[in-house]
Design a protein around this ligand. Structure first.
Ligand code: ATP
Ligand code: MG
Length: 371
């Protein structure tokens, strides 16, 4: 499977057969494929093998804590600044005539695949670029993974931020990619211009203040060839992440809190904030942690199930495929609403957060902690 995949994937010093052992098997529309859920031996997380095709994972993007110094350290030429949208990463490839939408961990998601088929329609992009994949962020209120709202998206949207060679992962230069998106009428992430490294940090802080005000996530800076990237995020999203994490404290709390506090602290220092501004930042940060946890504990005390709730819309068979896909992954999915609306099926469901549910019940019933 994956044809001669070892010619495009650098398998370092590992035997390709051994590496293949780390790939999981999964099925989409009756077809088997393999995918890597975690990076191994230099091969990115999310790399998938479908028939003879290799679909490379999307690389992880380093984060700056201090822009002023990180930008010149990371880039030796002009940088282009784009908005970082807060949804989920999707790679779209056409393999043997079918569009397939891969998640970050290399699963072909049945819901995303159907949504992308509908959003893209019969696009000429893959006729002209059969060896490329579109990398983008899926956002909007009707998706099964994330909940951040964007006023411009009613249901689901797909915004391209990269066009890569499917097999080697080589990126297309951002300027050319933007022209390609315009040519094929593909929605693209917003773009704020290109700057010299020396002036980029100042420009980004201005863009960021506006994004922060609008509750949006942040920016990604990229080199002109698309090979270097750097991300930086708003205080608004740090708080939103904490709110989400502490609404399910035993599932996410611990991993989120340290990283977000550090991001906030460096941001306050880089901006030279006075003591009162720092105190206000602290109050806002604290509220985003405590209030959602209190709400969740109360919900469990009222015998509610807690977890991540999502709404999805579409063909009934696609929604069935999505729910089975989640259940096959071991998730407990509870249906909150299942109705027909203008010919579509609309399902609201909750992915039950098992750790939070169980630990909260345990403590509410008098369980103790050793600390
Ligand atoms: P990883 O860094 O491994 O992807 P992560 O989930 O922590 O893990 P994020 O902090 O969300 O990653 O930042 C990287 C992700 O940002 C990308 O994988 C992509 O999905 C998303 N993204 C949104 N907008 C852009 C953009 N304009 N350019 C590149 N990536 C973007
Ligand atoms: Mg993200």
């Amino acid at each position: 499977m994956g044809g001669d995949w070892t010619t495009v994937v650098d398998t370092e010093d590992v035997d390709p057969e051994d590496l293949l052992e780390h790939f999981d098997r999964a099925w989409f529309r009756g077809r088997e494929y393999r995918h890597l859920t975690d990076a191994r031996h230099g091969v990115e997380r999310g790399t998938a093998l479908v028939g003879d095709a290799v679909v490379r994972g999307f690389p992880s993007i380093p984060r700056a804590l201090v822009l002023e110094t990180a930008v010149p350290a990371q880039f030796d030429g002009p940088v282009t600044v784009e908005e970082k949208l807060n949804g989920y990463n999707v790679r779209v490839a056409r393999i043997d005539g079918d569009l397939l939408a891969f998640t970050r961990r290399g699963y072909v998601c049945p819901y995303t695949t159907a949504a992308i088929e509908e959003l893209l329609g019969p696009t000429a992009f893959f006729e002209d670029h059969p060896e490329r994949m579109l990398c983008g962020e899926v956002v909007g209120p009707e998706n099964p993974y994330t909940t951040h709202d964007y006023a411009e998206v009613d249901s689901v949207g797909f915004y391209v931020f990269d066009v890569r060679d499917r097999a080697t992962g080589d990126p297309m230069a951002p300027e050319r990619r933007r022209a390609v998106c315009a040519e094929y009428d593909l929605a693209a992430v917003p773009h704020y211009g290109t700057f010299d490294p020396a002036e980029a940090a100042t420009a980004v802080h201005e863009v960021l203040a506006d994004l922060d005000e609008r509750g949006r996530e942040g920016v990604v800076l990229k080199s002109m060839d698309g090979r270097q990237a750097l991300k930086y995020t708003t205080s608004a999203i740090h708080r939103a992440d904490l709110e989400h994490a502490f609404s399910l404290p035993f599932d996410y709390g611990r991993d989120f809190v340290f990283t977000r506090v550090i991001r906030e602290a460096f941001q306050a220092v880089e901006r030279g904030e006075d003591p009162e501004t720092v105190r206000q930042r602290g109050r806002d940060l604290g509220e985003s942690i405590l209030a959602p946890a209190v709400e969740t504990i109360r919900a469990v005390a009222d015998d509610e199930l807690v977890g991540e709730s999502h709404t999805v819309r579409g063909d009934p068979a696609v929604l069935d495929a999505l729910l089975s896909y989640f259940r096959d992954q071991g998730l407990q999915v509870e249906i909150d609403r299942d109705e027909s609306e203008n010919g579509d099926r609309v399902v609201e469901f909750t992915k039950v957060a098992r750790a939070t549910q169980d630990k909260t019940e345990y403590y509410l019933e008098g369980g103790t902690v050793d600390e």
